[in-house]
Write a protein that binds this ligand. Structure first.
Ligand code: ATP
Length: 268
């Protein structure tokens, strides 16, 4: 696998710059996150973006898959080496959600919302997934790879069969083809602005923006813990980007993204 990844990184189809960011374009990779991780380890500069027309093993959280037919979506991974406190790292996923939701709103006029922690939904249907992967060494952050998959021009038949009813694409929502290049440009422009503000102001910058777009707070959520299914009310996000849930016994608990999946039932 490592050899494949090195091979892929050696052969981008094109290298372009968009708003000062280096974009490595590939026709086909195993996963843009894998290629980006390999580039990050080889010392590539912060902010580099890997983009591919297709992935043969696109990744979601918890070993789930991200599927998208060639050329129909945006499949990209950004590489960062931010000098931030470790507790801010999980919030980069939430920041990326804000940028993705706002980009989709600007380009399509559709109300794109954030479902904690990493999904963007339109009318409850998933249109974008985000997968952040961090690498630490000696308790210090070496790099973060932020993978973003956006369903852009899929027809209904081209959405994954197991989630066809619970997902959508921008084309399906607006009724016509959407420019992936324009979407990418707006995404990068917004990311540059918001990332810089997040590095300066941290949680106090992120929280109000995230709250404005989120559709999770105020909802009942089901938590699948070792003792069975528990139901509670999502009431806030924490400084670590965790979800704070209030249970009927009056106690509140914080859940981190890596421990919890809200499933699709609440939003279908
Ligand atoms: P869920 O979507 O159930 O809340 P999650 O947020 O943990 O789960 P992700 O890591 O964002 O999941 O993405 C993986 C999941 O998304 C897979 O389980 C799959 O069912 C679904 N999926 C895969 N490809 C797509 C796609 N193109 N559009 C929408 N959903 C997809």
């Amino acid at each position: 696998m490592a050899a494949n990844v090195r091979n892929e990184t050696a052969l981008p189809h094109k290298h372009i710059k968009v708003f000062e960011k280096d974009l490595f374009l590939y026709r086909k990779v195993s996963s843009t996150n894998r290629v980006a991780q390999s580039l990050a380890r080889s010392g590539i500069i912060e902010g580099t973006i890997v983009l591919s027309s297709m992935q043969t093993s696109g990744m979601g959280r918890m070993k789930r898959k991200w599927e998208c037919p060639a050329g129909r979506g945006i499949l990209m991974s950004m590489i960062f080496k931010p000098e931030i406190s470790l507790k801010l790292v999980p919030q980069l996923t939430l920041l990326c959600g804000v940028v993705a939701a706002e980009t989709i709103r600007k380009i399509t006029g559709c109300q794109a919302d954030i479902k904690w922690p990493n999904d963007i939904v339109i009318g409850g249907k998933k249109v974008c997934g985000i997968l952040a992967q961090s690498c630490f060494s000696n308790n210090e952050l070496s790099y973060v790879v932020m993978g973003v998959g956006i369903n852009v021009n899929q027809t209904r038949d081209q959405l994954p069969p197991d989630c066809r009813e619970t997902s959508t694409s921008l084309k399906l929502e607006v009724g016509h083809k959407v420019s992936r290049l324009r979407l990418l440009e707006v995404f990068i422009m917004l990311w540059n602005e918001y990332y810089a503000l997040f590095l300066k102001r941290g949680h106090s910058f992120l929280k109000p923006k995230w709250k404005a777009y989120n559709v999770t707070l105020g909802r009942e959520v089901s938590i699948n813990s070792g003792d069975g299914l528990r139901h509670g009310l999502a009431i806030d996000i924490s400084e670590r980007g965790g979800l704070i849930v209030n249970f009927p016994d009056g106690l509140s608990e914080e859940f981190l993204a890596e421990d919890l999946s809200l499933g699709r039932a609440h939003y279908g």
